[in-house]
Every structure is written in structure tokens, then in C-alpha cells.
Design a protein around this ligand. Sequence first.
Ligand SMILES: Cc1cc2nc3c(=O)[nH]c(=O)nc-3n(C[C@H](O)[C@H](O)[C@H](O)COP(=O)(O)OP(=O)(O)OC[C@H]3O[C@@H](n4cnc5c(N)ncnc54)[C@H](O)[C@@H]3O)c2cc1C
Length: 373
Amino acid sequence: MTDFVVGIIGAGVVGLACAARLASAGRSVVLLERNSRPGQETSTRNSGVIHAGLYYPIGSLKATLCVEGRKLLYRRCREQNLGFRQTGKLLVATEPEEEAKVQAIYERGLANGAGELRPLERAEVARLEPRVSAISGVWSPESGIVDVHDLMYSYQKEAGDHGAILVFQTAVEGVERTAHGFELGTRSAGGERATIACRVVVNAAGLYADRMAEKAGLDIDALRYRYHWCKGDYFSLDSRLRGLVQHLVYPAPVHAGLGIHITFDLGGKMTLGPDTEYVSELSYVVDPDKRARFASAARRYLPELKDEQLSADYAGIRPKLQGPKDEFRDFVVEDAAPHGLPGLINLIGIESPGVTASEAIGERVRGLCAAYF
Ligand SMILES: Cc1cc2nc3c(=O)[nH]c(=O)nc-3n(C[C@H](O)[C@H](O)[C@H](O)COP(=O)(O)OP(=O)(O)OC[C@H]3O[C@@H](n4cnc5c(N)ncnc54)[C@H](O)[C@@H]3O)c2cc1C
């Protein structure tokens, strides 16, 4: 009746994790990606941080899937020898007004299951990070960094080893409900059109997941699924500053993001960012004129930093459900059955901590799909 049991739209880290889980569970899976390789969009334009689960409201999907996903992610990294480091992280308060915010995050993190967390006095922050200036902080040993390319490849390999078909350079242009599930209308880079029939569709289209849900027939305004893209720019630090910090260091968070933090990759390259800027166009160009603003934000906890030690680097765009004036919005991981489209599994608003949560999202999606097998 159908060509495949499951059709997945999008080969970012989340679509690939879903493909790995579903194919390992014995389902016939086709994954369609319009780019020529996996992870060309948000999945390779982020901080690569394994989040412990500190920030998100207790009981939210972001909290639950972050904590579950972090455990699965470390296990996968260890078992498959993926690039990662459990670096630990300091969340710091630089002014008395920030201490209540940091304390609230500490308490929320404990309730969320973010693992061991320890409040730090000024002297303990200085002992852990001699070049950081802060009046207090929180130590999160469960935080770390991962090579997201390695992670995506491990999901891709697992999916392929279990028979999933991954098709690149093929965009999904239409999603039609049929008597047996869905028909995906596709168009290849060469302009060739095809139709693929699936019992279930997983919409993992990242920055376009809202529009994909709309194409399938959902009223995304009524459901409050329309995105507010929010860009995050990064600046890299002069290579002579390698080793400036030994752990990830985050300031108290801001409205739509975690604040301009300092992270490093597995090669030791130090990076500041991301900031938050709501945008209407997709552009990954980093404005070099933001340099002074980035340096000044980071100098609050890294006082020795000089503007000229920063260079514009890369940017990522968050698929946010939360507009500039809105309160917290959670991940949407749901079967659209209550909206009249049973078997359309929507993954909408999968911003941070989507990398950390990827395998847990895949497991959740496998569970949702099971109703149709
Ligand atoms: C600035 C920034 C920093 C972040 N930092 C972190 C972090 O440190 N830790 C963390 O855990 N998370 C972080 N995140 C979040 C994380 O990067 C995302 O949650 C994750 O990458 C989302 O993956 P995805 O597969 O849903 O989306 P994407 O990676 O965007 O993949 C979606 C895919 O769908 C494809 N697609 C779209 N439309 C179609 C179509 N019509 N047909 C076929 N294919 C289509 C796209 O080409 C793309 O490849 C950050 C995000 C940003 C923006």
C-alpha cells in the first residue's frame, strides 16, 4: 500500500536520530534532504555544547529531553568513540543583581535532573578559572562538548546499516493525506519530480518545519507554530588565547538566549557567542561591527579581553516559537492527530538543546510512530 512505512523530511541531527531509531526498530524508512549532505543548516551552526539541563522549566519537553538525551549522548559518544569532552561548565554571576537568577537556575537544574551541581563562592570560581572574574557561580560537571559531525555520521550509519534509504538533493514540496497515510511530492536538484507514499511522516525540516506543517494542511497561526527566526552570531578569539579557560563559561542568561558565553571546540579554538537577533531573512553573514559589543559583553567575566582579539566567525539561526516579547515556548514533538492529520509527526521549534536532546527526540518519535505499525 505504501512505498515506505516512515518518510522523514530533513537530515539534520534530529531527522538523522529519528531515522536511526526507527530503522533500528525494524521500520522501512526513507529520509529526504534537499541539500547534498547532512547537517548543512542549524545542526552545524551551533555551540556544540552538551547541555546538562539547567535552564528549562521543570517538566517541559526541553528539560526532559535534554536530560534524557544528554545521558544517551554521552553513552553513544563513549561506545562509538565519537569526538566529545565532558568539560564541565561554570555559570557565573558578575553583579549582585544576577545572583538570584543564577540561584534560580541552580534550583531548577537540580529539579530537572541536570546531575551534580555545586554553588561556588568567588574564590572557588577563581580557583577553577583564574582568568574569570565573578562574584559567585554554579559548577555543572555534566556539561560538555561534542563533535556534531561525528554524531550525525553515527546516526546516519546506524540508519543505513538498518536499511534506511537516505536521499539527498531532494526537496519535499508537498505533503498530501491519502487513505493509507501520506504522499510526499519531491523534486530533485535536477528538477525531476516524484511521489513517495508513506504510512507516517516525520517533519524534521528544522527552520522550515512550520511551513512544512502548513503545506500538510495545518493552520500554523491558529496552532501558534509560525516561527520567529532568531540569529546567533559567533566571534572567534585570537589563537594566542587558547587555554584562556579550561571549562565552558556562561553568564546569566538573557531573554531569548543563554548570553554570550565562551566555549571551545575539541581542537581548543575559543569562541564567543551566540547573541540573539530576530531576523526575517536567512543570512549567515556575521557583521564585523558587532565586535566591540561582543568584547564588552564578555569582558564582564573575562576582564583582560581586548576588542582586537575577536574576529567575526559564523552564525546559526534558531527556529524559535518564542517571539521577541513572548514567554518561554517548548519544543513541539507531536502527532498531528488532534489537528486532523494522524501520522504526521511534527518536530517544531527544535532550537537549543536540540543537539543534546537528539537521541531522546528520536526515541520519542519512535514511540509516537508505533501507533501506526
Ligand atoms: C546559535 C545556535 C546555537 C545552538 N547551540 C546548541 C548547543 O550548544 N547545544 C545544543 O544541544 N543545541 C544547540 N542548538 C540547537 C541545535 O543546533 C538544533 O536544535 C538542531 O541542530 C536542530 O536540528 P534539526 O535536525 O531539527 O534541524 P536542521 O539542522 O536545521 O536540519 C533540518 C534539515 O531539513 C532540511 N529541509 C528543510 N526543508 C526541507 C524540505 N522541504 N525538503 C527536504 N529537506 C528539507 C534542511 O535542509 C536541513 O538539513 C543551537 C542552535 C543555534 C541556532
